[in-house]
Design a protein around this ligand. Sequence first.
Ligand SMILES: *Cc1c(COP(=O)(O)O)cnc(C)c1O
Length: 395
Amino acid sequence: MNPDLLLMPVALAESSRLADGLPDDRRVRFVDLAAQHTALASEIDQALAGVFGRTDFVLGRDVHLLEEEFAAYCGVDYAIGVDSGTSALELALRAWDIGPGDEVITAANTFVATAFAISQVGATPVLVDVDPITYNLDATLLPGALSSRTRALIPVHLYGQPADMDPILAFACAHGLVVIEDACQAHGARYKGRRAGSLGHAAAFSFYPSKNLGACGEAGMVVTDNADAAERIRWLRNQGQQAKYQHVVCGHNHRLDTVQAAILRVKLSRLDTWNTVRRRRARLYTRLLAGIPTIVCPIVAAYAEPVYHLYVIRVAGRDALQTYLLERGIETGIHYPTPIHLQPAYRDLGYRSGSFPVTERYAGEILSLPMYAELPEAQCEQVAQAIGQWVARAA
Ligand SMILES: *Cc1c(COP(=O)(O)O)cnc(C)c1O
């Protein structure tokens, strides 16, 4: 057994702290999906009535329309609806024939699904540490991760802020690597004016319910400008079929559900408005927290227009602050408490504690504050005030 595993905190499973017992007026929710759904309920009901009327439940009209609309939204030629963000990453890798014997470089501090998609195709994830200011993949560390087996790079636009893509793309170009953006937290974000998803060879989006654009269940999307890759991904998601019962490659069932597509079309029309509100709430948090010592707020890079899937602060004594906030009805999260390379699932990758110092240090300091488009401003103020009180008491 890897001795590092013995040093791992074992009781971190409960990283989101919810105030389930409290009445609503004393609770600040981390995310409130009901608030969004209530506002759209009649429109969604109508969209669903359309699907049930047509009974085109599998690869139906709304799947095709969502694909067109989402491709246009991202500024790319093709979008292929799939059943999750994880599948989107996996199929994008498969479209470029990445598999056993290949290495794929990604950020050490991402959600584990980024690495699992790489493992699922039979390739090996190679991790690199992140930039201490943006928390995104540090391009200056790429040469150290490169080997003769490296085939692809998956930069992650973590928390909704695009990674610094120009140096990443230049490195990929110099070494003939495929770049697949993990845009699962970055629907609508921009890098130097261009949408996340339009920057690499392909990109993966998740429509997990709490994402900036979320389904009422599981869903995802691959986007690309590459016609051949788009065609292969269409086959791969649908039992390898080029036409009915013509199976040209070994495929699987990763289709996007028409019911989810119909709901997502209703929500896509609101995405920019929601992202604008998220940015406004983020600016409010930053303004309110700026004067409080020891709290580090997110920094917006000059090249980025982020969409704040999460608003993540850093603070020494994070666990105590999280408990203090919860006692006041304020829910928070940690994204993510245990880095990928210290997870039991990845003990065989050969990393140890100390391999990625920035990622490891931040895992103990980061705290995600309540953030969603319907979050009342007064609750941001309540959260900031409680953080201020905790810092004052701890000082
Ligand atoms: C949500 C997420 C995924 C996985 O998406 P699913 O739809 O849950 O499969 C992958 N990468 C990142 C960074 C994510 O946030």
